[in-house]
Design a protein around this ligand. Structure first.
Ligand code: AMP
Ligand code: ZN
Length: 114
């Protein structure tokens, strides 16, 4: 999608601190980290949000979870604990309309979220 900032990161039209990439996904450090580890994992395909995923995405979504697990381990937060967040829609706090999974860790995280 031409005006999507995350598609531009996928296409290398704008720079990002990419920590992992394969055929299906890109992962990069969040530009405004909320914790010592704050990585965003996105599919290369432009999917607006969780509301837009369907049966054909099952393998992709499963793959994203395996990538999250690998990155959490590499970031040394797997054993200590961390949080995965996918904000969906306006009231969910989504500000970029390309589905993404926040990996947040490296400090004690409070609950409930704001
Ligand atoms: P959300 O509010 O859940 O839609 O999350 C969007 C996230 O993208 C925020 O945490 C932003 O800090 C992050 N973000 C926005 N633009 C960039 C960028 N160019 N590079 C890295 N992270 C970004
Ligand atoms: Zn996009």
């Amino acid at each position: 999608m031409s005006d999507c900032i995350f598609c531009k990161i996928v296409d290398k039209e704008i720079p990002a601190d990419i920590v992992y990439e394969d055929d299906l996904v890109v992962a990069f450090n969040d530009i405004e980290p909320q914790a010592p580890t704050h990585i965003l994992v996105i599919p290369k395909e432009h999917i607006e949000s969780l509301n837009e995923i369907h049966e054909d995405h099952k393998q992709l979504i499963g793959h994203i979870h395996l990538v999250i697990k690998k990155l959490a381990k590499e970031s040394n937060i797997a054993d200590k604990g961390y949080r995965i967040v996918s904000n969906c829609g306006k009231e969910g706090g989504q500000t970029v309309d390309h589905i993404h999974y926040h990996i947040i860790g490296g400090r004690n995280l409070t609950w409930p979220p704001g």
